[in-house]
Each structure stands twice: as C-alpha cells, then as structure tokens.
Design a protein around this ligand. Structure first.
Ligand code: APR
Length: 183
C-alpha cells in the first residue's frame, strides 16, 4: 500500500529515492525548485541534463513528460525532471491534462528506476502561475490513481508532497481532507 504524505519543507532536503524537479523544457536550470535542486545538487545534475539535450532531447523536454538524472549531492538517488504547463485559463482542460501527466509520468520514470519513495513539489504553482488549490487537487488525485495502477507492478512505499511554506502546506492539507478516502 503506497503512503501519500504531505510535509512542509524544502524538497532538496528530502531523504527519498527520487526528487521531482519542476523544470523547464530547456532542462538547463532556472529559479524556484529548479534553481534549488541544481544549487544543492551540484554540477553532476546539469552534466546529465546537458547529455540528455545532446542526445534524446535535442529540442528539450516536452511539457508533461519526465526524464531522470543522477542527484549529485542531494540526499536522493535520482532527480526526475518534469515540465509543468504554464497556467492559461482559456486552455484549462488541455493544460490540466498536461499537469496530471507530470505527476503520472514522473512516477512511471521513478518506478522504472526502482525508486520506492518519491518527493514532489507543487508543479506549476510558482512561476508558471497555476492556482495552488487546483495543483493540489490534480496532484493528489493523479498520485492516488497512479499509485493504485502501479501497486501490482511496483513497490512504491511513499509519495511525498513537499510544500514550501505553511500556506502551501495548509492548502494541500485542506484539499487532501476534502478528497477523503480515495483508495
Ligand atoms: N522545495 C519545495 N518547494 C519549493 C522550493 C523548494 N526548495 N522552492 C520553491 N518551491 C515551490 C514554490 O513555492 C511553488 O509552490 O515549488 C512550487 C513550484 O514553483 P516553481 O519552482 O516556480 O516551479 P513552476 O511554477 O513549475 O515553474 C517552473 O520556474 O524555476 C523555473 O526553471 C523553472 O522555468 C521553470 C519554472
């Protein structure tokens, strides 16, 4: 049974097998979570990202897709980079599907590597402007569904949502309570 947990904190400090990065399509770093992960993880991560760009991902990583690199100095084995959609209300449906795909694809990539514990940030809830409450709903529903689908194939012990600041934590906590038992 996969545990879904919510913690308030810094994703770069999470001792898990895989840490998910809210990257951009260039895979070459940025601010927010991306900046924190590269800063804390060190050059190894960017080295791997550059190799990905020089090989399979010549044009960058598409929105909604995920790819893994080593984790450098982070207390994790892998970083799973995923590109969230920028919030655009007039394209809500299509982009909400892409945000769900970030969570689903990141879990698929992590599980394929053998990760048993995975930590997620609130993808798209920062620079990309997606309303936090809606990210929480999409993230929690998608993770619960994916965990159930993966259950027979994988030993996924924990999916951890790491919220940066009390307000973000409270939003996720409230949405999680409102969703009630889904499994
Ligand atoms: N740990 C956990 N969460 C964090 C951290 C951290 N160290 N730093 C920021 N956050 C939170 C933000 O508060 C926000 O809720 O992660 C969420 C995602 O914010 P962003 O990092 O801005 O990611 P996103 O909105 O997906 O935008 C991605 O921003 O940094 C650039 O290169 C990145 O272009 C890409 C874009």
């Amino acid at each position: 049974m996969t545990q879904i947990t919510l913690v308030e904190g810094d994703i770069t400090e999470q001792q898990v097998d895989a840490i998910v990065n809210a990257a951009n399509s260039s895979l070459l770093g940025g601010g927010g979570v991306d900046g924190a992960i590269h800063r804390r993880g060190g050059p190894e991560i960017l080295e791997d990202c550059r190799s990905l760009r020089a090989s399979r991902y010549g044009k960058g990583l598409l929105t909604g897709r995920a790819v893994a690199t080593r984790a450098g100095r982070l207390p994790a084995r892998w970083v799973v980079h995923t590109v969230g959609p920028v919030y655009l209300p007039e394209e809500y449906e299509q982009r909400a599907g892409l945000l769900a795909s970030c969570y689903r694809e990141s879990l698929r990539v992590a599980v394929e590597l053998g990760a048993r514990t995975v930590a997620f940030p609130a993808i798209s809830a920062g620079v990309y402007g997606w309303p936090l409450e809606d990210v929480a709903r999409i993230a929690l529903v998608t993770a619960t569904e994916a965990a159930a689908e993966l259950a027979e194939r994988a030993e996924l012990a924990e999916i951890r949502f790491v919220l940066f600041g009390a307000e973000a934590y409270e939003v996720f906590e409230r949405v999680w309570r409102a969703l009630g038992p889904m499994s």
